[in-house]
Design a protein around this ligand. Structure first.
Ligand code: DLZ
Length: 209
């Protein structure tokens, strides 16, 4: 028996392969496909230009009373240092006390997850901000390191229940990496630190008795 056509965007966007039933509905679908694609493109543009949070909520954030660990790699140190500065700026801007964050340096990004896990397990920190810069080279090294770094940080967060923030730049070249270590929200360290403050506030408010 032929499946009923539900005339939904999914149905319209599904490629009509060989043997697709060419019912009148499907002829309509083909005709309307460009219109749906324009609508979806517009929607995607709107999403890209939106900030992820309403500005008022961002203003209400405070880091006061929370403790943060920053785990940062030494590879590509000149760029990582900018990420650390960015994270520092964001925490200061959100009223974190100067002595409530500690910085731990590790050799490379591959070593970030274990150090972040230990920091999270110590119970001394409300969030752990992970910072590193991995730049693509001529060998598959980049992919191995990047994959393990992302996986390890994600796993450590789920294992400990402590928010671990991913402020690790993965870039094709140095220029791309420098672009992501700029000022304020163009700095992955700043962005990760803000996200840390947002999460600790959210979890305290939403999940403490
Ligand atoms: C070995 C290596 C390479 C090739 N590239 C980077 C990089 O771009 N960014 C980074 O943070 N670390 C790199 N490393 C070092 C590894 O992360 C790791 O420190 C070493 O393989 C030792 O375990």
């Amino acid at each position: 028996m032929r499946k009923k056509c539900t005339f939904s965007p999914c149905c319209i966007l599904r490629p009509l392969g060989e043997g697709s039933p060419q019912t009148p509905n499907h002829i309509w679908q083909l005709a309307l496909r460009p219109l749906y694609s324009i609508r979806l493109n517009r929607h995607a543009q709107t999403l890209r230009s939106e900030n992820s949070q309403p500005a008022t909520e961002q203003k209400a954030l405070s880091a006061k009373g929370f403790r943060f660990a920053i785990v940062a790699s030494r590879w590509n140190d000149s760029i990582v240092s900018r990420l650390i500065d960015g994270a520092h700026d964001a925490l200061k801007e959100l009223s974190a006390d100067e002595n409530t964050f500690e910085i731990f340096r590790v050799p490379g990004s591959f070593e970030i997850p274990l150090c972040a896990l230990k920091a999270a397990e110590s119970g001394k920190f409300d969030a752990v901000i992970c910072l590193g810069v991995i730049i693509r080279g001529e060998t598959p090294h980049f992919d191995y390191i990047a994959t393990e770094t992302v996986r390890g940080i994600g796993e450590a967060a789920l294992k400990t229940g402590v928010p671990l923030l991913f402020g690790v730049i993965t870039a094709d070249n140095i220029d791309q990496a420098i672009d992501r270590a700029g000022e304020k929200l163009s700095n992955k360290g700043f962005e990760a630190a803000r996200a840390a403050v947002e999460l600790v506030n959210l979890y305290r408010k939403a999940f403490t008795k």
